[in-house]
Design a binder for this molecule. Structure first.
Ligand SMILES: C[S@@+](CC[C@H](N)C(=O)[O-])C[C@H]1O[C@@H](n2cnc3c(N)ncnc32)[C@H](O)[C@@H]1O
Length: 290
């Protein structure tokens, strides 16, 4: 049972809700133009987390068979419950349990930077059919501005973070996440080393700004809620990463403070008071053919 990512790094809600927005149908055309995989049958997502991208792929390519693998047991259990019609399994991207030339497409989102490149690209090359498509998605630069009503800190928060920030950063460094970062030129060069051809890059902007009039109240609420759940998850994770520095009472107090702030954010939205908090991601889509 491997639960390191979901317990310590990013919780189920964080990945599930933020990715459901990132891969919402509003942005479908942009992704489909970049992917160019219409008519491809078997699609494997590497490091699928709780499965939000797999569910979008299932809606966008209803004729395809979608498979998702991840090393984290809790993500896979959740993904299966959410979408029993998709084939999810626990597997290691560095030693995939699929036979050679099994898939027409492999795809991943914000996974490459965590896996040794020879394994990451080599295994996808192995399981792809000749002519198959490898898609590597990653969030590059972004703008992330919280609402003013969220930014105001209580004395409890100031004291809590002053005491825990350093230990928390150190503990996260020890998990060796993001050990293989690559810039926008290094990524296609690296992909080429493993035999992929016709390599191309595309960049997609995903603007999640609740107060933008183009977004429905449901979508705006979902954006605020995704931020709320991510913050609550990161507080819960502290129990696993710095257990000696936090008490259950402190965790509950902190969650209560955050919940009150996000309740206020929702009330302001509902009352038409604009805060202009924004989360803009630039998503790189690297595409290569076997
Ligand atoms: C930043 S998360 C992204 C998850 C998902 N792609 C998303 O966007 O929500 C990175 C994911 O890669 C998974 N992962 C890291 N190394 C892995 C490996 N060797 N095999 C399978 N999954 C791995 C983690 O468990 C985690 O779910």
């Amino acid at each position: 049972m491997n639960t390191i990512w979901s317990d310590c790094i990013q919780g189920i809600d964080t990945l599930n809700l933020t990715r459901a927005l990132r891969f919402s149908d509003i942005f479908r055309e942009k992704y489909q133009r970049a992917f160019q995989i219409d008519g491809r049958k078997d699609i494997l997502e590497i490091g699928c987390g709780p499965g939000a991208l797999c569910r979008s792929l299932n809606r966008w390519y209803p004729e395809a068979n979608i498979y998702g693998i991840d090393r984290d047991s809790q993500f896979i259990e959740f993904a299966r419950q959410e979408a029993p019609y998709i084939s999810f399994s626990e597997d290691d991207a560095t030693h995939l349990s699929f036979e050679n030339e099994r898939f027409d497409v492999t795809i991943s989102n914000t996974v490459q930077e965590h896996i040794e490149p020879a394994k990451f690209f080599g295994e996808q090359y192995r399981v792809l059919k000749k002519g198959g498509v490898c898609l590597v998605l990653s969030a590059r630069k972004g703008i992330n501005i919280s609402a003013p009503c969220i930014l105001e800190k209580t004395e409890f928060e100031r004291e809590f973070y002053r005491r825990t920030d350093e230990a928390c950063e150190k503990a996260l460094r020890d998990y060796n996440i993001c050990s293989y970062p690559m810039n926008e030129a290094e990524l296609p060069l690296e992909m080429g080393k493993y035999g992929f051809q016709n390599i191309s890059t595309e960049f997609i902007t995903v603007n999640l700004t609740p107060n933008n009039p183009e977004y429905s109240p449901e979508m705006a609420h979902a954006m605020i809620d995704a931020n709320r759940r991510s913050v609550l998850d990161s507080i819960e994770n502290l129990k696993h990463i710095i257990p000696d520095l936090v008490t259950p009472e402190e965790i509950e107090t902190l969650k209560k403070i955050k919940n009150e702030k996000y309740d206020r954010r929702i009330s302001l939205y509902d009352a038409g008071v604009k805060q202009w908090d924004t989360n803009m991601s630039l998503i790189m889509v690297l595409r290569g053919i076997k």
